[in-house]
Design a protein around this ligand. Structure first.
Ligand code: CA
Length: 468
């Protein structure tokens, strides 16, 4: 008999103490932690050796680590739109980062996460949760897109895509988008110490203040996105790293990992640890400019190579998700919303492209959560099915096909050898595209960079830097 079912049975016939039974029946708190632009190979639990990440590793030790986890975009804003909605963000035209380039009939006011779409915050509120968003938002600049209008009771963070981790010297953020907000109040720059720590402190105090009823927390750090602002005392921990950029990155990762540690310690102290589902995900691969390392994965942020879209992804929920397990089937950031809602209810009329992963990872459901995953940002698109991955980037570029099981680094294009597989994957991709919308705004970087980025001869950071 499945151990969990056995414990549940013992519980219900009163063999274990009643308080334990109540604990099991309570809705779990859910915390989604997002990191920004981290390298796939920079976490200890993903094989990183240079930067200790003991607290994030502990989530994997006490939970399940996903080796083949993907975000739905290789840049911040659309990736986060996927996390926040559980839908391919192209369904509502959110294909590119926030820009000033709306596509008619859309206007600048439409540049943001479509207000008709319900967020994970809305879904959790619908299930009786209190909700808070902390950190980077990046889902639209105008007031209609502000987190407290998008399913979150509270917000503590900034609206834009990145900002300094320390206070702006001039005493005021250069724009509203960069200001730190505590709900609708701007936090004076003079009160800003170090952003990663401030987000952690807010998360810790929120847990302490909300322990009586279930809460949902979206904790979206902007670490380790540029600018490379690190705490001096943490830089000193890495005397062996000589490159100053990499050293700063290591120190910034340490602040992020310390934050995860503080969160877990608080959950334990408040006796909420066993009844909290923690999901950790990185929003896209290593960037060209932040000194992050994707290890064996080819390519960087902004591309359809594995280094752009395959990310660190861990789930911990004691007694419900296996501890110390690696799960190798393909999963998606789009699964976060349905997993967070779990056995609860979803708001009617809104589809999801994700799956509740818990029945899959405890082995009850041996099927694969996703037969296919799709990506598109402008001219570049990709699809993965099983071990096969195809990248299509305009008529001037050859179609690329890789067998990821044999060639995780995407070094050998097999398209010419497997024309049937190419035809099948292109056809699936085209069918998927018919069911999503056209971009409601475009990117200032344009098609040319995407075409150049997805050529076999474009290798390494130096070359990718030329094609942002
Ligand atoms: Ca990012």
């Amino acid at each position: 008999m499945n151990k969990l079912i056995f414990i549940a049975l013992l519980c219900c016939i009163g063999i274990t103490e009643e308080s334990h039974c109540q604990e099991k029946n309570k809705k779990p708190n859910v915390i989604v932690i997002v990191s920004d632009d981290a390298g796939y190979a920079d976490f200890g639990c993903y094989g990183g050796k240079e930067i200790p990440t003991a607290n994030i590793d502990a989530l994997a030790k006490n939970g399940t680590l996903f080796t083949d986890a993907y975000v739905s975009a290789s840049v911040c804003a659309p990736s986060r739109a996927g996390i926040l909605t559980g839908m391919y963000q192209q369904r509502f035209g959110f294909e590119h980062n926030i820009s000033n380039l709306p596509v008619a009939p859309y206007t600048q006011n439409d540049v943001g996460m479509d207000t008709k779409i319900k967020t994970i915050g809305d879904q959790m509120k619908y299930n009786g949760y209190r909700t808070i968003a902390i950190g980077k938002w990046h889902q639209g600049d105008s007031p209609a897109y502000f987190p407290t209008k998008r399913g979150f009771d509270e917000f503590y963070g900034f609206v834009g895509g990145h900002r300094d981790f320390f206070a702006y010297k001039q005493g005021k953020a250069p724009s509203d988008l960069l200001a730190l907000y505590d709900n609708d109040q701007v936090v004076p720059e003079k009160d800003i110490t170090y952003l990663t720590d401030m987000f952690t402190d807010k998360a810790v105090s929120y847990i302490k203040d909300n322990k009586e009823k279930p809460f949902f927390m979206y904790l979206a750090y902007n670490a380790v996105h540029v600018p490379m602002n690190a705490k001096k005392e943490l830089l000193e921990r890495f005397p062996n790293i000589t490159d100053p950029g990499r050293k700063a990155y290591a120190a910034m990762m340490t602040s992020l990992d310390d934050g995860v540690g503080a969160l877990v310690r608080t959950l334990k102290a408040e006796k909420l640890y066993d009844n909290t589902l923690i999901i950790f995900i990185n929003d896209n691969g290593a960037a060209t400019g932040n000194y992050a390392d994707n290890g064996k994965l080819r390519g960087l942020k902004g591309s359809k190579w594995e280094g752009g879209i395959r990310v660190a992804f861990i789930m911990q929920y004691p007694g419900h998700i296996p501890a110390g397990k690696e799960y190798h089937k393909m999963v998606s950031a789009l699964d976060i919303m349905p997993t967070a809602v779990g056995a609860g209810n979803r708001i009617a009329g809104q589809l999801s492209d994700g799956k509740n992963l818990i029945p899959y990872i405890d082995n009850g459901n041996k099927k694969t959560p996703h037969e296919y995953l799709f990506w598109r940002r402008g001219i570049a698109a990709a699809v993965r099915n099983g071990d096969w991955k195809l990248i299509r980037s305009g008529d001037s570029n050859p179609v690329l096909l890789f067998n990821l099981k044999e060639d995780i680094s995407e070094s050998t294009n097999l398209a010419a050898s497997y024309p049937k597989i190419v035809r099948k994957l292109l056809s699936k991709l085209e069918t998927w595209e018919k069911n999503v919308d056209q971009p409601h705004w475009t990117s200032p970087y344009g098609d040319y960079n995407q075409i150049m980025k997805h050529r076999m001869e474009t290798q390494g950071r130096e070359m990718e830097l030329k094609y942002p």
